[in-house]
Design a binder for this molecule. Sequence first.
Ligand SMILES: C[S@@+](CC[C@H](N)C(=O)[O-])C[C@H]1O[C@@H](n2cnc3c(N)ncnc32)[C@H](O)[C@@H]1O
Length: 322
Amino acid sequence: MPAPRDPAPPSRPAGDGGRQVPVSVWLAGQQQSRLQRRGRYVPASIAHPGKMLPALAAHAIATYTRPGELVLDPMCGIGTTLVEATHAGRDAVGIEYEPRWGFLAARNLRHATHQGATGHGAVLIGDSRQIAPALEAELAGGVALLLTSPPYGRTVHGQAKPTPGGGVTKWDHSYGRDKANLAHQNTGALLAGFTAILRGCLPLLRPGGTVVVTVRPWRHAGLLIDFPAAVLDAAIRAGYEPVQRCVALLAAVREGDLVARGSFFQLQQARAARAHGRPIHLAQHEDVLILRRPPEPPSGLAGHLAPRYRAGTPAAAVRRAA
Ligand SMILES: C[S@@+](CC[C@H](N)C(=O)[O-])C[C@H]1O[C@@H](n2cnc3c(N)ncnc32)[C@H](O)[C@@H]1O
């Protein structure tokens, strides 16, 4: 099966002894998303309305972790982070609120194992606000990378096509019916919930461990909502230090030109705005926010830290959670 191609060569973060300078534009859209997933994910995965691009996840994992390290996604959906991590020889833990997506993530992990993925993975189903703190005894300080993507509130997701009568048929546009899912909250509650999740995950990361959050700006009533800036603020309030802000290109780059990959809803919004004299453009990127858990204080102070802030043994912990 074709692995998602990651055209940008893996680079190490600055200061990590790497040979390459980190790139700030990630090429995540060289292949269409369905081609990136074909054969690598079970077909039912397509029903999730807000999946991460596999090439984006693969690039983050290659850049910020080494084989054998542990990756966590506290909002794992159908498990893109987990699948790409285990294919890259990393271990992975995911948490997902909706049983439907959590079970699909587990199926995708088994599929990856059958295809030769060497990492171990586990999926826990429930609210990350409660589950992440409960994992502290097992995982404290053992996570090298937290890679996740929050749901985008009430924005329009999923598949759609115009019908002959002029209407639009939509499907696979909902995360589920449970109103407590953060996807169904207003923006303020979504951000508060996301902050709580990130705060609960902080002790699970090793000191200096990386957080990568991918998030798209969206339009409401014609205005571009800078949701990524609000998410960055939420992550800082949760206790993380900002490191870098990158973009993942959703468009393909072909011989120096961009080949746009607009969704039906994006195209519809752009056409409607242009018809009203507002020359808006299609957003062809996703923000990639990079932060880290603050490093430990100098060694003189480290001996006074509670044991929960010292690094653990991730692989063993994952096998117990599986
Ligand atoms: C943008 S999607 C993530 C998709 C995932 N990256 C993938 O590729 O499949 C966000 C996910 O967060 C889940 N979610 C919402 N509230 C949650 C919570 N409190 N705890 C855990 N997961 C939650 C949603 O059900 C949704 O599947």
